[in-house]
Write a protein that binds this ligand. Structure first.
Ligand SMILES: Cc1cc2nc3c(=O)[nH]c(=O)nc-3n(C[C@H](O)[C@H](O)[C@H](O)COP(=O)(O)O)c2cc1C
Length: 328
């Protein structure tokens, strides 16, 4: 499976993208960049397009509401960031793809007619994407949601519009605009979209560990995009790949570690019968406080789990505390 770092405004700057690339992301995204800002020559907006050495493939995401802004911004990226060889044969790009944001639910974006506002108007998505396709040599892709709210699932019209405009890929956050960034991720709908679409589909929405990644992979998506779970955990991409190739998760490592510790305690107890080697419960609890709790750092609910693990006094209590966890 391919793993992609999601665009996160205020977070996915060049240094963090570089870390995520090192942490196994196959593709990373800039945060959303205002097409109008580029059209007006805004220098802070231009800064968002800067990359640094060591970054892997980066998709640049634009948001905007007019064909002229998006055409300008896409051309600006083409002219400023797509390098051509001396013989002008193969464009070699710092950016590998230009993406249109049709999913951001924030009022400051939607009130201008951009982001998730576009979901209500597939025909407009078609026009905006077409304006982008006509102004770049890079593949143009779309990031969107299922529809404005659960009573209106218009993703299928949106996919048709995107394909007709020449988009080369779709990223689907499998939620509705009304859900913002919470609530159920509709994997059944995502699967329908994958089945119908002719362009590759990347799935997105609350993938946080191997269990949620496996559930999303089952929909048939070609890639999985991860946002919030990568914050302060840029190696999540490698972790998930390691789990796929070896079926070894942090949870499995933890279990193996605990097993070896108990075996080692028995060795000590046998060899030094007069040395009051702690009981298995006490031995495991002490190691848990010092060392083992770290296996669960960075996962959702880690702070609460850490608090509980700090109090365990027996193997049963350890079992109980971690019984609610998934695979990674
Ligand atoms: C703080 C924050 C900033 C975001 N910024 C963007 C953005 O700039 N462009 C975009 O398309 N989506 C943006 N999103 C949505 C994410 O890309 C992603 O679709 C969403 O968080 C669901 O994925 P996750 O559950 O893996 O985080 C943002 C989400 C958050 C929480």
């Amino acid at each position: 499976m391919k793993y992609v770092l999601a665009p996160l405004a205020g977070f996915t700057d060049a240094p963090f993208r570089r870390l995520c690339h090192e942490g196994g992301a196959d593709l990373t995204y800039t945060e959303m960049v205002s097409a109008a800002g580029l059209a007006h020559g805004s220098s802070p907006t231009q800064h968002l397009l800067e990359t640094m050495d060591g970054e892997g493939p980066v998709a640049v995401q634009l948001f905007g509401a007019t064909e002229s802004d998006l055409a300008y911004a896409t051309r600006y990226i083409e002219e400023s960031f797509v390098r051509r060889s001396t013989f002008n044969l193969q464009p070699s790009a710092l950016f590998t793809e230009v993406n249109l944001n049709a999913g951001c639910p924030m009022t400051k974006v939607t009130r201008e007619g951009a982001g998730a506002k576009l979901i209500e108007d597939p025909e407009k998505i078609y026009r905006l994407l077409k304006a982008m396709v006509e102004n770049t040599s890079l593949p143009v892709t779309l990031k969107t949601r299922l529809g404005p709210h659960p009573r209106k699932t218009n993703i299928f019209e949106i996919v048709d519009a995107a394909e007709k405009a020449g988009a080369k890929g779709l990223v689907l956050h499998a939620r509705y605009t009304s859900q913002m960034h919470g609530g159920e991720v509709h994997l059944d709908r995502l699967r329908e979209v994958v089945d119908r679409a002719r362009i590759p589909v990347t799935g997105n929405g609350s993938v946080v560990d191997a269990k949620t990644a496996a559930a999303m992979a089952e929909t048939g998506v070609g890639a999985i995009m991860i946002g919030r779970a990568a914050l302060a955990r840029p190696f999540i991409f490698s972790e998930l790949k390691m789990y796929e190739s070896t079926s070894t998760s942090r949870f499995d490592c933890f279990r193996a570690h605990l097993k070896y510790l108990l075996e080692f305690r028995d060795i000590l107890a046998r060899k030094y019968p007069n040395d009051h080697i702690p009981s298995p419960d006490a031995f495991a609890s002490v190691k848990m406080h010092v060392h083992l709790f770290r296996y669960f750092n960075g996962r959702p609910g880690a702070a609460e789990l850490r608090r509980r693990l700090n109090q365990v006094r027996s193997l049963d209590e350890i079992d109980e505390a971690i019984s609610t966890l998934g695979m990674v």
